[in-house]
Design a protein around this ligand. Sequence first.
Ligand SMILES: NC(=O)c1ccc[n+]([C@@H]2O[C@H](COP(=O)([O-])OP(=O)(O)OC[C@H]3O[C@@H](n4cnc5c(N)ncnc54)[C@H](OP(=O)(O)O)[C@@H]3O)[C@@H](O)[C@H]2O)c1
Length: 334
Amino acid sequence: METIYKADNERYRNGMKYRRCGESGLLLPEISLGLWHNFGSVDNFENCKKILHCAFDHGITYFDLADNYGPVPGSAEETFGRMMQTSFKPYRDEIVVSTKAGHDMWEGPYGSWGSRKHLISGLDQSLKRMKLDYVDIFYSHRYDPETPIEETLQALVDIVRSGKALYVGISKYPKYKAQFAYDYLRQNNVPCLVYQGRYNMLTTEVDDENIITDAAENGAGFVAFSPLAQGLLTDKYLNGIPENSRVAKGGFLKREQITPEILYIVEQLNRIALNRGNTLAEMALAWLLADSNVTSVIIGASSVEQLKENLRCLDVAPFSDEDITEIENILKNR
Ligand SMILES: NC(=O)c1ccc[n+]([C@@H]2O[C@H](COP(=O)([O-])OP(=O)(O)OC[C@H]3O[C@@H](n4cnc5c(N)ncnc54)[C@H](OP(=O)(O)O)[C@@H]3O)[C@@H](O)[C@H]2O)c1
């Protein structure tokens, strides 16, 4: 017989810290969990359940989804819906759930991008799959260059007014479109809660465009996705491509992305991490959280062991001036 899950009584005393998301009232955990990979219908539900239980037991209160997560698209939301009907049912008010619409989801002219038609229908479908009445955060998943941006943003405003989302956010918007969104949403009394962008030690795009400081100056938080560069910022690819890794399983990280140049940088970072007494994953996450304008990093994990290792980033020693200089010198070669 299946045992009934009871969350750890110590979950808010296990070391998790919470940061205010921009100028909102919402606190998010420094580490959040994303369900992009590992939680689809192709994955083992018992393993999904263990990871989600472990996350909540360690103070992770924010779970990040999108309509297209799987595979198959939609199935990560169905997995989360099963959890909301069982383990997490008593804890709805302790959990922040986000979803997104804007990437390809269903066939035909309304199944993607940023029209009002797509966003509102997409959210309705997500709520059904997740067995929820509302999500905490609804994101426009990407900027749509062919839909008037006012239409996309007004749909976000109306979604909040309808009660189907408490807050809204934007993801991967180019700098000037993000500024338009911050202004429009503020003028319509539904301030943008958060910008979600790819941010890890191997990327430069967010820094190049000052996305994080722009978000802060506009009262929005910033959450980092793919903070481990999909697993590249661990020691796992240093000696080849392990079985069952995202690359071996044909996920979004491709063999061609693991170039000798990238591996050289990862090796050097791994050496510094080991000298500091950290794993590379711990150090890579702590590096992002050293910026107080980063509200949360959304990690992925395919096992409880990975999740536990990543959570240890919360305990690592601060970076010394020597560490910072050495790391910045390595990152100049990205
Ligand atoms: N807004 C957007 O457009 C967007 C885009 C991408 C992601 N996201 C969000 O961000 C979340 C996280 O993205 P991500 O999965 O790319 O994050 P990530 O943390 O960079 O990568 C996670 C993957 O790295 C590997 N890994 C994690 N910890 C490890 C460890 N300690 N040791 C060895 N390998 C480890 C695992 O892959 P394997 O074990 O399978 O190799 C895991 O699935 C997503 O779930 C989603 O919610 C949003």
